[in-house]
Design a protein around this ligand. Structure first.
Ligand code: NAD
Length: 377
């Protein structure tokens, strides 16, 4: 039988052995973790090298369904950060997109984003009535800004947003993705080059039959389908004609669900009059699916249908099919903005364009409410 002290000696030896093994595995574990972290850091550096960092503000359907996936394709910018009021979303996005804790913000600590050199661009993807507040805050943080459409809910807000960005010397662009879409660019070329003669009439329709949430609340949306999807008809008529309208007329459509559309229109139709006499006849609705941009010219016609979707835009002319590849519009849009910043050139979709469109939208509402032709100065 071994003496007690030798028993405890053996126990001590055993504990030492176990501790050595534990320490070894702990050391190996932390060594493996450190290697993993290093590997991830190297991969991230490769993934993000030379690219500008974008932080998305508001992680709703458009951010989650379109912008974040598009940011996996971009070559000049990447998803660097997020701003969200929902801790659960922060957790999901962090693991899905490998976003460091230091680049995750909420609406309370948003202003501290100014101290984060990893964020170059702030992309505001909130309900329309919150665009002005967050664009102005982003500008105050010294970050370039992309703001979703419609730029704001009135022209005065647009003025304040443009001024704020000018004051701190940051660039402001609007999320007008279709300017980076090949079929849309072809429509602009067909019109500009008068391929089937001079444009005489434009027909633009955009509507959806399902709508919910803040889009039904005038205080947050600023209006009904005109603000949300009708804006694409306004945009289409302007980029195809290459002009800004001088006057509008408008008429509200019937309300089949008055309890749902208490303080916003359910549908409307309007006409835009351009300086050379071209007329754009437009319709927008929350009661019907519509998606068309049609142009009648002197010797023929050309059109897109669907014209404003994320995917599947299809075109034809009186001469045949417009056969072009589909692209991820949002990737092209965000890459172009990143390049504009790097090259110190203007963006083709600046805040001033967003402001012009708000001016037109407000004139359409004025015409709808008054029943009068409203001139746009
Ligand atoms: P959404 O409702 O899916 O997301 C809105 C986000 O804002 C949510 O994450 C919500 O939590 C957050 N939020 C913060 N404060 C809020 C408040 N007070 N009330 C409600 N939500 C609040 O909306 P969405 O479809 O992602 O639209 C967001 C913006 O993007 C809108 O301006 C919309 O017009 C624009 N958008 C643009 C396109 C496009 O093709 N360019 C497509 C869809 C939406």
């Amino acid at each position: 039988m071994l003496p007690d002290n030798s028993k405890s000696h053996t126990r001590r030896k055993f504990i030492n052995k176990v501790s050595a093994v534990t320490l070894g595995s702990m050391l190996f574990g932390s060594y493996a973790n450190a290697r993993q972290d290093k590997k991830r850091e190297v991969m991230n550096t490769k993934r993000t090298a030379g690219k500008l960092g974008i932080a998305l503000v508001g992680l709703g359907k458009y951010s989650g369904g379109q912008l974040a996936p598009a940011l996996q394709e971009t070559e000049h910018c990447f998803l660097a950060g997020i701003v969200t009021g929902t801790p659960e979303k922060a957790k999901d996005w962090k693991s899905k997109y490998d976003i460091p804790d230091g680049n995750i913000y909420n609406y309370e600590n948003f202003a501290s984003i100014k101290d984060n050199p990893a964020i170059d661009i702030i992309y505001v993807v909130l309900p329309n009535a919150l665009h002005a507040e967050y664009v102005i805050k982003a500008a105050a943080a010294g970050k370039h800004v992309i703001c979703e459409k419609p730029m704001a809910i009135n022209v005065e807000e647009c003025d304040r947003m443009i001024d704020a960005c000018k004051k701190t010397g940051v660039m402001l662009s609007i999320g007008y993705r279709l300017h980076f879409e090949p079929h849309t660019q072809e429509m602009i070329r067909l019109s500009k080059d008068k391929v089937v003669g001079k444009v005489k009439k434009i027909i633009a329709k955009d509507g959806m039959s399902k709508v919910e949430g803040w889009r039904l609340n005038k205080a947050l949306a600023g209006g009904g389908p005109l603000m949300d999807v009708g804006i694409y008809c306004v945009q289409g008529a302007c980029y195809v004609s290459g002009m800004d309208p001088i006057a509008v007329k408008a008429k509200e459509g019937p309300k089949t669900k008055p309890e749902m559309f208490r303080d916003i229109e359910q549908s409307l139709s309007w006409e835009m009059e351009f300086p050379d006499g071209t007329i754009a006849a437009c319709e927008s609705s929350y009661a019907e699916d519509m998606n068309l941009l049609h142009v009648d010219a002197e010797k023929g016609w050309f059109e897109l249908s669907p014209a404003y979707s994320y995917r599947g835009i299809t075109g034809k002319t009186s001469e045949g099919k417009i056969d072009l590849p589909g692209v991820t519009q949002q990737a092209g849009q965000m890459d172009d903005f990143a390049m504009a910043i790097k090259d110190k050139r203007a963006t083709p979709v600046p805040g001033e364009m967003g402001r012009r469109d708000l001016k037109i939208l407000m004139a359409i509402y004025k015409a709808m409410d008054s029943g009068q032709r409203v001139e746009i100065s």
